[in-house]
Ligand binder design. Structure first.
Ligand SMILES: [Zn+2]
Length: 148
């Protein structure tokens, strides 16, 4: 009877709603409200997921690394765009100075290592030299590309 009213799908209600459902589906059940509160507090599913969820979650540690100067580190990524422009460029390479948040967009016909190298060269020509280059750990740029 308690299980039918407490943990029926989607279930695991609090004591108040479980008590109300007991009264609705089993009128005259004779179970005191304090007993319903105790059974809800002893429900293993409720203990794990509903009642004691308050302080158990460890907050993620966020670390924001600041480069030593605004022009030290540049990140690079490529994003497909649609539709292609009149020159057939359907990708854009985004290079960003991590310290100053200056962004350069470089349109290309594909997300290849050669186009990424052109994007980095354009970035250097416009904004000057930098020390570090960050990119995704995927294989788009590591097949023998801008690092060479
Ligand atoms: Zn429960």
């Amino acid at each position: 009877m308690f299980v039918q009213c407490h943990s029926k799908k989607p279930g695991h209600w609090g004591a108040g709603k479980t008590w109300a459902m007991l009264n609705q589906y089993y009128p005259g059940h004779g179970m005191p409200f304090a007993r319903v509160q105790t059974l809800v507090a002893e429900c293993a599913h409720c203990q794990k997921y509903r009642i004691s969820d308050g302080g158990l979650v460890i907050p993620p540690k966020r670390t924001v690394l600041q480069p030593p100067d605004p022009w030290n580190t540049v990140s690079l990524d490529g994003v497909p765009i649609s539709p292609a422009d009149i020159h057939g460029n359907n990708h854009v390479h985004i290079s960003k100075e991590m310290g100053s948040n200056v962004i350069n967009l470089y349109a290309a016909s594909a997300k290849t290592e050669a186009a990424a190298a052109d994007a980095i060269f354009t970035h250097r020509a416009v904004f000057g030299p930098f020390t570090y280059l960050q990119s995704d750990p995927g294989s788009d740029y590591t097949r023998g590309g801008p690092g060479q």
